[in-house]
Design a protein around this ligand. Sequence first.
Ligand code: BMA
Length: 348
Amino acid sequence: MSRPLVSIAPGSDEIVDERREQGLLEQGGIAVLDRPQHKDLIVRYPGNPILTAGDWPYPVNVAFNPAATLLADGTTLLLCRVEDREGSSHLCAARSRNGLDHWEIDPIPSLAPDPEGHPEEEWGVEDPRITYIPEAGQYAVAYTSYSPVGPGVSLAFTRDFRHFERVGQIMPPENKDAALFPRRIGGYWALIHRPVIGGNHAHIWISYSPDLNFWGRHKLVLPSRPGPWWDSARVGLACPPIETPEGWLIIYHGVKKTVAGAIYRIGIALLDLEDPQKLLARSKGWIMTAETSYETMGDIHNVVFPCGFTIDPADGDTLRLYYGGADSCVAVATSSVRLMLDHLKSGR
Ligand code: BMA
């Protein structure tokens, strides 16, 4: 069997063994990397949206912008941003065996704001990104902690998405769209995040830490492109960095401001494996924009906003992108790591 292109989930090898025992691999259950099965870079699941407010076991306004991960037993876990009917957000886990339907949603918020212990969460917690950290045997969840002084970046750890241990706010306002890299780089933990400078400039940065508490060596990684570009107003990390043999694959969102409002689209980039502040490649055009009614119409029109992905452990290539549509629902699309890397090489 060819070696998976990327391996991220805990227990990936066990899942592959299980599928091999079931004969699934021999039945074409793997995509061979030099024979890509994906004609288009982004293929939306026809059953979208996969989760909406109506699915929630308690009254909410909307569920959207989910972080995602594959648990060790192959279950897909989404940690959704859920906006309550007062207007502030919490995080709630939904689990599914196949990552598409039959979701089991936690009956109460999985990570609710804790304004007393953490005043930086007074106005809610939003937009999580999950990174499995093999060294810790735990999942790191980076999320936006929102308070009257603005949105900042907070970090928590969990093993089961039921109990969370907060590190606290690691980047002060105004900052969001953060995720931890899964391993130390040059001995330091690394974090991608998006500070806002002077109220108007919002670029993607990287910072390093010896202990996950104290952060420094801040470097600009990926700036917004001024002028007519689709990512001229703001850029921000969409999903946690994906380690590939060619570099860290970055899926990011870009915002263009128009007289009719902002348009949130998706692009990709590649960072150097051992020196991720080096930008190796960046897509010129967007690879995903709001097209379907659940993306063009909702609480905020024309928004596609991924916060997470899973990669099929059997091929290490087939990528499911979980995203919020129009700040109102959860949707999923399929892509391929190999095709994304090829797209970056094409210069488009
Ligand atoms: C960003 C975040 C996201 C949201 C997006 C579009 O600033 O608040 O949660 O999806 O705006 O409204």
